[in-house]
Design a protein around this ligand. Sequence first.
Ligand code: SF4
Length: 263
Amino acid sequence: MRVTPARLSNWQQCPRKYRMTYLDRPTPPRAGARANATLGAVVHNALRAYFDLRVDQRSPERAAVLVREHWKSDGFAGPEQAAEYRERAQEWVRGYVAELPPADTPVAVERWVSAPAGSIIAEGRVDRIDERDGELVVVDYKTGRYGLSVSDARDSLALGLYALAVRKQFHRTCRRVELHHLPTGTVASWVHTAESLAALRERAEQLAAEFQSAADELSFGGDPEALFPVRTGRHCSWCEFRSHCAEGKQAAPDLPSWSALEA
Ligand code: SF4
């Protein structure tokens, strides 16, 4: 069973959302782009392009230009708000790369990894894989409005799965996982042990067994509403399927596509 962090997160957040995302065919039409997702994609794309440059072409100013070159305004309130956030993103990226050792070249950038981990195949796209002190390090960029703590890095199923897949795929030690929060320029870091990675793997296996069992029962004619119940909450305001979900619409207000940006 192939398991990505997105699948796990969708299942944990709301089984009905999981069903609409991966099982319902045709897939129900999704809501339009959200500004916070656009902003995150632009920063990721700019940083990928930055590390594609030769070392002697890299500089904070060049990184800021790459943000401009990759900019998109989908989901923003209008040109004024989009321009304000483009400048912010340029500042974040400029400041971020200024702190990086200029000659450092990652082992991989935006690399798809896939490897067996217990009863599942852990896979996904890793933002960056660094090498430090002879070990590989998983780096994940974040652009949300809230800073991140050590426990966010420690408890992240996504980072744990990436570390497991990187170890197998590269045949190297990979224990450290890091969340790099661009808006604050901070890093939340955790060094896993074999035991902590095994615990995350077991959690992922358990969740995967749940959604696979529900999918199997559905394919044998099971009740979709019972197998994939709604899990309502504040997140329903941002769910891309809320227009198809009466319970979600009732549970949380409809918010504009730029509402999740930093206040
Ligand atoms: S709106 Fe809420 S309850 Fe409905 S599918 Fe989305 S997350 Fe689930």
